[in-house]
Design a protein around this ligand. Structure first.
Ligand SMILES: Cc1cc2nc3c(=O)[nH]c(=O)nc-3n(C[C@H](O)[C@H](O)[C@H](O)COP(=O)(O)OP(=O)(O)OC[C@H]3O[C@@H](n4cnc5c(N)ncnc54)[C@H](O)[C@@H]3O)c2cc1C
Length: 380
């Protein structure tokens, strides 16, 4: 259910101020220390950010997709690592449970996820299974009331902080129909989390390997029926892709604002950069593309809120928005000139940060395949 407009406007206003006044001044520190300060995480908990998408009945804010996209967009106006703190709880880490969990599973876990007391991660990718998620080799073998889970998951966001993993593992034969999903508490025997990887950007958001060695997972922790895990993961990703597209729009809008401010102030040949038509062309292209991506996100979120399938629309929004923000970041570096390449100005950091959006939650190539498949299925 949507919040009443006044409450929602107040939430957006609070988020906007939090981003501008609390987060933006900390961007460099977070990049250097590769850690979001604990007091910021505590403030995010107090604001209810971990529960944006969790139903109100389970302690969350129960935002609609359109409302969640607006919040994600506001968080795009700062280092994307800040959003990652609560990103898995709002998206890929919780939505399998929200969509396919039993009443008991929801009652046990969702209140902690909504408050941020429980951090969740989504474990699909493996060393041998990336874009081809249906080829996962992690195995869950039924043994009475438990499954024994073994395997390695790769590049798992927030794994070092997670107390609950949603794990896709094989319970049947090859292919998508042999995959099941499980809720796996991090304190079960045989669970091991690797060290955070060193990355190109988005410092402050951690990814790690997660290993399972004969981990005894209660059968009651299976999400849905055996063989439904891949389908659940794909539905979770439809939603996640839309959220990421909204973040891309936010980052693009931030980069355009920074570029315009710089171009108005910096003078060459006796004029402000903003007076040069070749600079204006870059601003115009960036602005047009950001507006187009925003429109795609709003439309896809509206369809989702109407209960319509959005596999095509979410893939198209993620594909266009993530490629768009790469081009906008490139223009921003160009408009800043040498300063765009120098760390102190922060533009090169965002340029590196946005590169990830074309890769995770399905690469651009995978989005193209999904868009083409769905378009052909719909007969154009
Ligand atoms: C920072 C970060 C955070 C992540 N967080 C998570 C997480 O929380 N949970 C999780 O499960 N995973 C996570 N991932 C994994 C991410 O989703 C995968 O990296 C991504 O899906 C791509 O898989 P891959 O890296 O194995 O690349 P590959 O699948 O090996 O692809 C390599 C290249 O080949 C292309 N390619 C592959 N198949 C095709 C095809 N059929 N047609 C055309 N081109 C193709 C790809 O587009 C890409 O360009 C994360 C990754 C990163 C880097």
């Amino acid at each position: 259910m949507a919040l009443d407009p006044e409450t929602f406007d107040a939430l957006i206003d609070t988020v906007r101020r939090f981003v501008a006044e609390r987060l933006r001044p900390l961007e460099e520190r977070v990049a250097e220390e590769d850690e979001v300060p604990a007091e910021i995480v505590a403030e995010m908990r107090a604001m209810g950010l971990f529960g944006l998408s969790i139903p109100e009945a389970h302690g969350g804010l129960g935002l609609t997709m359109s409302e969640e996209a607006r919040v994600a967009l506001e968080f795009g106006r700062t280092t994307p690592a800040f959003r990652s703190v609560f990103g898995t709880n709002v998206g890929i880490g919780s939505q399998g449970l929200v969509m396919a969990g039993t009443d008991e599973q929801k009652a046990e876990w969702l209140p902690g996820i909504a408050s941020g007391a429980v951090i969740t991660s989504f474990c699909l990718t493996e060393p041998g299974a990336g874009s081809d998620g249906a080829s996962v080799q992690s195995r869950a073998v039924r043994d009475g009331d438990i499954y024994r889970l073994s395997g390695t998951k790769r590049f798992i966001t927030n794994a070092d902080k997670a107390s609950l993993f949603t794990v896709m593992a094989r319970t049947g034969g090859e292919g998508a129909g042999g995959v099941s999903a499980f809720l796996v508490p991090a304190d079960l025997p045989g669970v091991g989390v690797g060290k955070p990887e060193r990355k190109m950007g988005q410092q402050g958001a951690h990814v790690c390997d997660v290993g399972f060695d004969e981990t005894p997972v209660p059968a009651a922790n299976r999400l849905g029926e055996e063989g439904e895990g891949f389908k659940i993961a794909m539905r979770v990703l439809d939603r996640g892709r839309l959220h990421i597209a909204a973040v891309c729009v936010g980052v693009a809008e931030r980069l355009i604002a920074d570029s315009v401010a710089y171009a108005a102030e910096r003078r060459q040949f006796g004029k402000a950069l903003a007076e040069f038509q070749l600079i204006q062309a870059m601003i115009a292209d960036s602005k047009t593309e950001a507006m187009a991506a925003r429109a795609l996100v709003i439309e896809a979120a509206r369809l989702k809120d109407e209960g319509r399938p959005i596999t095509l629309e979410a893939a198209a929004a993620k594909y266009f928005a993530s490629e768009m923000v790469g081009r906008v970041a490139d223009h921003a570096v160009q408009i800043f000139g040498g300063a765009g390449y120098i760390a102190d100005y922060g533009i090169e950091r965002l340029y590196r940060d946005v590169r990830l959006f074309r890769i995770y939650e399905g690469t651009s190539q995978i989005q193209q395949l999904v868009i083409a498949r769905e378009t052909i299925k719909r007969g154009g």
